[in-house]
Design a binder for this molecule. Sequence first.
Ligand code: 4FD
Length: 231
Amino acid sequence: MRIDVATLFPEMCEAVLSESILGRARKNGALTVQCWNIRDYTLDKHRRVDDVPYGGGRGMVMQADPIYRCYEAVQAEAGTQPHRIYLSPKGSVLTQQRALELAAMPHLFLLCGHYEGVDQRILDTIIDEEISIGDYVLTGGELPAMVLIDTVARMLPGVLPESLCFEDESHFNGLLEYPQYTRPAVWHGQEVPPVLLTGHHKNIAEWRLAQSLEVTKTHRPDLYDCYLDKK
Ligand code: 4FD
């Protein structure tokens, strides 16, 4: 999969994208991510990318033209038509299901906004979908873009180590994950649940499912109801 990120802070994005599992996925070619600095596409002699809002009010608004020219550069280089996403608190909230659908797309373009947002006309012209990562406001769309890339990338073949299968885990079957334990068997007087030490795979699977149901019921009654409805 190819992902292009249009941002005023490409270095902030690179810092996240170069580490750990995402960094390795980029090195081994499972994922191609390129960050584009919107400021490189302004025609203004002071490299301005924002201006005051028409109609007055607080803050600054990112201008349409530098974003448009940046997007044209992405198109010229990639040669494919991306699915174009704007990260914004107004978007539909990202879910595991939507991430799975995005992971099936060959090319994504992510626009990161700042200030009080971007000129509506750029959204009307080049954006297919607005996505939010949750009901809270951040200083920019970069962290949401990194969250989206992380959750999508880990579903791509060749990104997670084989031992970590995303399809087995929490949120994939609509339930939260059961508790995990590792050595030592007793720590600060607290024992590991005995069934986990038996090697009895069927009993362990049953215990884990019961724990998942219990954790989901108490922490996320909304998910629990949804799970029961689907059964
Ligand atoms: N909840 C999110 C996305 C962006 C953001 C911004 C308009 C502010 C939170 C457009 C206003 C972008 C989210 C930047 N905060 N801040 O996904």
